[in-house]
Structures are given as C-alpha cells and as structure tokens.
Ligand binder design. Structure first.
Ligand code: CS2
Ligand code: MG
Length: 412
C-alpha cells in the first residue's frame, strides 16, 4: 500500500476551510486540516504545487520519516504556511494508520488518559447585560468553563464580541465570533489599551458577583498590550481568579513575559500563533507560561505538537489547544484525540461550527456536559462530503486589523 492520490479540497460552507485528503492504493483515505485564517490560499498553493507531488508513491506508514522529509527537504523551515501544510499531511497519515489498525486514533497514541476533555466556550457582550446572557447561553449549552470578552466604552468594534459579527441565520446556530469577514479588504477596527485596562477588571468583578467564585473564567488579551500593561492587567485581575489570561503581549518577544511574571500570578496562556517547539523553548524553560495554546493544525500536526507538549510536561505546563471556528472539524478531531491521550491536558477551546459546515464534515465526536470526546470510530472520526464541499466555493475573507486613535496600526 502506498499513497495513490492527494487532493486539496477548499470549501466555504460557513467560512473557508482547507482540507487535504490522501488516498492509498487500497482506497483508504485520511484527512488533514490546513486552514490558515485569512491566508488559506497560500497553504493550498504550498500543498498543491510543492507537497502533493512529493507524496505520491510514498509508504503512508512512515509518518515520522515523511514529517522529517517535508520539514528538512524544504530547506526553508518553520512559519505558519509551511507548518500548516505539514500538519495537513501528518494528520491525514495518522488518520489512515488508525483506520488500517481499526481503532480510534487516541488508542494508537497510547489510549485514553481521561474520560473526556474539559472545554471552554466564548461568551461575549458589548455590555454587561449582553455578556451575562451569553454566559448563561453557554452554561445552558453545557460549557463548564467560559471565556469572557467584553466591549469597551468608547471603542466601536473590538475582538471577540459576537454581536459585532454579522449573524448568519442560515448557519443555523448563533455563530460564535468568527473574526474573518468575507470581502475584498480587511475591516479596520479601533483600539485604545488604557480604556481597555480600566474597563476589563470591572467586568470580571461583575461576572464573579453574578456567577460566583467557582466557574473557570478565561480572557484573551489578543496580543495588544505592552509588557508592563500586560503585567498591570494580570495583577488587576488576580482577585477574580482567572483560569488563564491569554496572549497578553505580542509573542515574538519571549523576554517580555519575564516582566509579566514578575508582577502577577494570573496564569498565562500563549502560543496559538506559534508553529514549532522552538517558539516555546525559552518560555517553557523559564516557566513563563502555564498553558501551550498551539493547535495541531498550525504546529506541524500531531507528530510535532505532541513533541511540544511532551517538552512542556517537564515543566508542569499543560495543553490549552486553540479551537476557534477557523480550525476545521478535522483539526478539532485531531486535537481531541491528542488531548485524550496526553497526560498534561489542561483544557480544550471549542467554538461550535455552523450547520453547513457539519453537512460538509460528518463528525463522530460528542459534546456532553461540557466535555468533548473524539468518539470510537477508526481513524480521527471525520468524513468529508466532497459533493457538499463543492457546493460552497472559496470566498475571499480577511481578519480585521487595528488602528489607534492617532491612526497608528496596532496589534489586532
Ligand atoms: C482567538 C482566535 O480563539 C482565540 O483564542 O485568538 O479567535 C483568533 O483570533 C482566530 O483564530 C484568528 O484566526
Ligand atoms: Mg486567542
């Protein structure tokens, strides 16, 4: 048995997704997610033009060798496009191997280390009333942990507020905040860190007063603060006992986290824009984070993310895999299998996809009582309906960007 075909399927049921489908000479298929939000076609080209020709005829069983071949023979290593492309191949090969073995992938990865995966959902609101409704809505959906994002007085449109996004009634569910908006150009949003820093602690005080001290609460700073601003936010949120504060400062500068750590004990989560273990080397070794936020889809697949998490485990750092709507059902399933098998699992982000996406990707995972489980199907448990996929062609979409009041471009 060898690799006979490899197709890159682009579909846009509720948003754009890039999926690699590998088929062996015995007709066994495997799926891998290569979706890179707002830059999807770059991964499509990397796969179609450069990777697919290298896969045909290869022994699909040699996952490690294929990973090393794609990483080292490219010469140009790392980076979001390369690592998403390698991730798509890697997960598709793990899907095939588990199907051939006749078992769900987590069994192949060492079996279950827990009965299910604690998840968190995205509650958000322009104001407290809308936010409280959103928290209750997520509790009714079963979520046991909730990420809280809030509007900021004086700012018109900021990250993470579902009511900012166009509500797609056809998608069948209240669509969590899908940041990438369809259109020829990215939306410009406004930002002011000082008003945000003044406002957020008051929101967490109100949420704790309303919902009590137990419920795990998370917040995403989304890369917008300077190190000292991040330190002050972490400190001002300590009374509200956050599960984690995420992406407090742009991740390119690992040293920045030393200053944050110096001033606050609020747990820190970083890594959704990281792509390799080398991005984590210093911040893990120096104990500067508590959760690894990487997704399987953006970190070279299961083969490489498992390496990152094994490294992090030596420092009691846990997983907090990225799981927004721009991680496809294939990427989410891969995350669930890895999350069930590893020891240092922390929490899994889970934004629900729309009804059209669920028609294109038939999934066997379950979400019961706030816990995800990948299911018992052989492989990763997701099948792609090519006909349904073809009915939703790609649509240009961009993530927004930020400008400060004086017009300066700022981290979004
Ligand atoms: C976010 C994402 O879920 C998160 O933590 O940071 O929504 C992020 O903005 C998108 O994945 C970008 O594509
Ligand atoms: Mg984030």
């Amino acid at each position: 048995m060898t690799i006979e075909r490899a197709e890159v399927v682009v579909t846009s049921p509720d948003r754009n997704f890039v999926t690699l489908q590998i088929t062996t000479t015995d007709g066994v298929t495997g799926l891998g997610d290569g979706t890179l939000n707002g830059r999807e076609l770059a991964v499509v080209a990397y796969l179609r033009e450069h990777v697919v020709p290298l896969l045909i005829g290869r022994d699909e069983r040699n996952i490690e060798d294929t990973w090393q071949f794609l990483y080292r023979s490219a010469y140009w290593r790392r980076g979001p496009v390369t690592m998403a492309a390698i991730a798509a191949v890697d997960v598709a090969l793990w899907d095939i191997k588990a199907k051939v073995a006749g078992m769900p992938l987590y069994q192949l990865l060492g079996g279950a280390s827990r009965t299910g995966l604690l998840t968190y959902g995205h509650a958000s609101g322009k104001d407290l009333e809308e936010l409280f409704d959103s928290v209750r809505d997520h509790q009714e959906q079963g979520y046991k942990a909730i990420r809280v994002q809030t509007g900021v007085p004086g700012l018109t449109s900021i990250y993470g507020i579902a009511s900012n996004a166009t509500f797609d009634a056809n998608a069948g569910v209240r669509y969590d905040h899908e940041p990438a908006q369809r259109g020829a150009l990215p939306n410009e949003e406004d930002w002011d860190t000082r008003s945000y820093l003044r406002h957020v602690p008051t929101v967490f005080e109100a949420v704790r007063n309303e919902f009590g001290p137990e419920i795990p609460l998370l917040h995403d700073g989304h890369h917008r603060m300077t190190p000292i601003q991040a330190a002050s936010l972490g400190k001002s949120l300590e009374p509200y006992d956050l599960f984690w504060l995420e992406d407090v400062t742009p991740a390119e500068n690992p040293e920045a986290l030393r200053l944050v750590r110096q001033h606050t004990t609020t747990p820190l989560a970083i890594g959704e824009i990281f792509n390799t273990v080398w991005d984590y080397q210093q911040i893990v070794r120096e104990q500067l984070i508590d959760y690894v936020r990487s997704a399987v889809t953006h970190t070279g697949g299961i083969t490489h993310l498992r390496r990152v998490l094994d490294y992090a485990a030596q420092y009691q750092i846990k997983s907090g895999m990225h799981g927004p709507t721009d991680i496809s059902p294939v990427g989410m399933a891969a995350a669930m299998h890895l999350g069930l098998a590893i020891h240092n699992f922390g929490i899994q982000e889970y934004m629900k996809h729309g009804a059209r996406t669920d028609e294109v990707f038939r999934q066997s995972f379950t979400f019961v009582d706030g816990m995800l489980h990948p299911g018992e199907q052989p492989g990763i448990g997701v099948e792609l309906d090519l006909e349904a996929a073809a009915a939703h062609p790609y649509e240009q979409a961009y993530l927004p960007y930020n400008r400060l009041a004086d017009g300066t471009v700022h981290d979004w």
